[in-house]
Design a protein around this ligand. Structure first.
Ligand code: ZN
Length: 585
């Protein structure tokens, strides 16, 4: 291909680039005075035509003729890879989502919002944030370091003052989880925020572990609408503002083409390769004088080790990963989705805990809440003097760990993973003594302790076999859902209460925004999109990223009719995201 500044700069279609008068850079807006281009009907390239155009350049009688042909098509030859008939040009080479979105589009949107995108001001629109507001947004983002669990990703730099620290991973986390909260009600017009949120939703869909074909059509239409609106806001049908429409904006119209050809974006994105290169750079170059030999030896040695691990089932024994302090986990058969984490200790049951446990036993074991309610005196007999307390719990669905606050040293500067979202059934008629009417409600709170209550087989408690109940002791946040669907709170209940561990859905992070704490909840369609998941097994041994034990891993399931890559994801945890932490802007 001729490159992004060519007359035909797109490898997927033959759209013609146009120049600002007097300029020499080609841009590819959809709106053109002579007639706009329909994003749903782009002049797509085809495999045969692509190769034919490349061949005609190679066979041209003179250099001048070759250059002219290359200029006309944007193709300047035929790649050696064309001899592989399994490849389709250009569709086997999707645009890299990491570079396109997280290293181009999002930083460029921030430049628009801060009035630093090339020479453009807001024109007839008013999307620029004031310097004061932007500083506040950046500060709030950078202060999430302690309140967002480390499993969500690296600490967020201050975009304003530490821009060079913004990696693709940081841009991804900021745009998908922090910016929707921090940009809310910041623009002069609601439209700019809504436009940004539409993009965030599209990104979330694109990075899903699996996609249905109908969802790919949704992505296609979604980006078509988003790009049209982008042009209205930033290009404003004003040819002198054409620099707002580089080929990276046009590229969004081909994300669905790439997904259709090669699977969800994670199957081909550059995070995995970049992280591998980062690992090579950091750990394999032992000798400056013989750098290549050094890399060669290291790659060979680790590959041999990997082969031995796989062949003889010695993944754990031959692991070079540094041992973490807390590794043992205990599972209970009635809590298959959770693993209890060390340290384990004994907790003396005081009067307050006794009262709570009596209530819990009565509620849990009584066949009904009126006629056959277990008397408190009976329940009291089953409250032990001591309980087993666990340091925290790992939630199988996301792999995230929730730690009990009671186990965290007050002076600890580690990142907070004590806050959780939990779902309880609430009786709507509890106050008016009407018939039981249960609905599921969402709560957020700070996990204080995880305790184990062992109840013996007992006819008084209507228990026909011994039962172990694992309880979470939680201080509830008085959270409300705001108009944009984000949960936030300003106060918490003073006393913790017990809920069954099964009610805990996920670990959440928090961001303090304009006097409120808002929750950063990664669950839902992107629950498996880990920001700092282990890279390929070679790298995991040397980078020391936290990961669950191999025994816990379960490859992601692929449903029939879904669109996934032909090969396995980069790691065995079913996690599509393997975001690079080394690449920078
Ligand atoms: Zn195109």
């Amino acid at each position: 291909m001729k490159g992004h500044n060519a007359l035909h700069p797109c490898r997927f279609c033959e759209i013609l680039g146009i120049r600002i008068e007097g300029g020499n850079i080609h841009y590819v807006p959809l709106y053109r005075p002579e007639g706009s281009i329909d994003p749903a009907n782009l002049p797509m390239r085809s495999h045969d035509k692509f190769l034919k155009q490349g061949a005609s350049v190679l066979e041209a009688p003179t250099n001048a003729a070759a250059e002219r042909l290359a200029k006309d098509s944007g193709i300047k030859g035929v790649s050696l890879l064309a001899s592989l008939n399994t490849l389709n040009f250009p569709f086997s080479f999707p645009l890299d989502f990491m570079h396109l979105i997280f290293e181009n589009l999002i930083p460029n949107l921030v430049r628009h919002y801060t009035g630093t995108f090339k020479e453009l001001d807001s024109g007839v629109e008013d999307y620029k944030l004031s310097g004061e507001v932007w500083s506040e947004i950046c500060k709030a983002g950078s202060e999430t370091g302690d309140t967002i669990p480390s499993s969500f990703g690296s600490r967020m730099p201050n975009i304003e003052t530490e821009r060079s620290h913004m990696t693709a991973e940081a841009w991804a986390f900021w745009s998908m989880y922090l910016a929707p909260i921090l940009l809310r009600n910041r623009f002069s017009r609601r439209r700019y925020y809504d436009h940004f949120i539409k993009l965030v939703r599209l990104i979330h869909t694109c990075i899903s572990f699996e996609l249905k074909r109908s969802e790919v059509e949704g992505i296609r239409k979604g980006f078509q609408e988003w790009v049209l609106e982008y042009e209205e806001i930033f290009y404003q049908k004003n040819l002198s503002r054409m620099s707002a429409c580089p080929v990276t904006i046009h590229g969004l119209l081909h994300i669905a083409d790439g997904i259709e050809a090669t699977g969800p974006v994670w199957a081909a994105w550059a995070f995995v390769m970049e992280r591998y290169c980062g690992w090579v750079k950091r750990s394999a170059v032992r000798s400056r004088k013989h750098a290549l030999t050094s890399i060669d030896n290291r790659v060979l040695e680790t590959t041999q080790l990997e082969m031995a691990k796989m062949r003889y089932g010695l993944t754990k024994k031959l692991s070079l990963k540094p041992k973490r302090g807390r590794t043992s986990k205990v599972k209970f058969s009635n809590y298959p989705e959770y693993a209890m984490l060390d340290p384990k200790r004994t907790l003396a049951v005081d009067a307050a805990l006794t009262r709570q446990l009596i209530d819990l036993i009565v509620t849990r074991c009584s066949p009904d809440s009126v006629d056959r309610k277990i008397p408190a005196a009976v329940a009291r007999k089953y409250v032990p003097r001591q309980l087993t307390e666990w340091g925290g719990v790992q939630i199988h669905d996301t792999g995230d760990r929730a730690n009990g606050r009671a186990h965290r040293k007050p002076e600890s500067s580690t990142r907070d993973s004590c806050f959780v979202r939990y779902e309880c059934l609430i009786d709507r008629n509890a106050d008016n003594k009407g018939p039981e009417d249960l609905i599921q409600e969402t709560f957020f709170g700070e996990l204080q302790r995880v305790v184990q209550l062992d109840l013996p087989k007992s006819s008084e408690l209507h228990l026909y076999q011994d039962e172990t109940i694992v309880l979470a002791h939680i201080r509830t946040c008085n959270a409300i859902k705001n108009d944009d669907g984000f949960w936030e709170y300003t106060s918490m209940n003073h006393s913790p209460h017990f809920v069954d561990l099964k009610t805990i859905a996920c670990v959440v992070g928090r961001v303090r925004d304009r006097g409120c704490w808002a929750f950063v909840d990664r669950s839902g369609p992107t629950a498996h999109a880990k920001m700092a998941s282990p890279p390929s097994s070679q790298c995991s041994d040397v980078t020391g990223f936290s990961t669950s034990d191999e025994s816990d891993s379960s490859p992601g399931s692929l449903s029939e009719g879904s669109l996934t890559s032909g090969s396995s994801p980069a790691n065995a945890n079913g996690s599509p995201m393997d975001l690079d932490t080394s690449s920078s802007e």
